[in-house]
Write a protein that binds this ligand. Sequence first.
Ligand SMILES: [Zn+2]
Ligand SMILES: [Zn+2]
Length: 148
Amino acid sequence: MSMTEEQIYSGSCACGNVIFNVNGELSGITYCHCTQCQKASGHYVASTSANIADFELLSDSSLRWYQSSKNAKRGFCSNCGSNLFWKLSVEDEIGIWPGSLDNSPKLKSIEHIFCSSIPSHYEIKDDLPKHEFFPGYENESDIYGIKK
Ligand SMILES: [Zn+2]
Ligand SMILES: [Zn+2]
């Protein structure tokens, strides 16, 4: 081991065909209300993220990637249907949906994004920061392009 022992998180889909480790830090949780997350999840998405260099797939026979826009794709298990990952082609990070993580790691809730797309069937009742779009972006399509 190196001088500082690295945190290792493990995760999996519902059927166990997709198994992964994160050998490093996980970010706090962002709640995304964009229309694509609504469609993919059936509601809205909670996402933590990791540096792609720390992300390790141990089993991926049923992992499929859906190219949800020009610069982003969503990873899911084609056997059990679990939503798992979100990856922007222009970033070194991978978004991980925290329900896939084992051992209930303690992660802090950070913020809500794409609040401009919240449908009328729910509202946000907490006091976390709320962004109309992605922080630093001006409209929904910007997130799928290059970071400003
Ligand atoms: Zn599965
Ligand atoms: Zn989203």
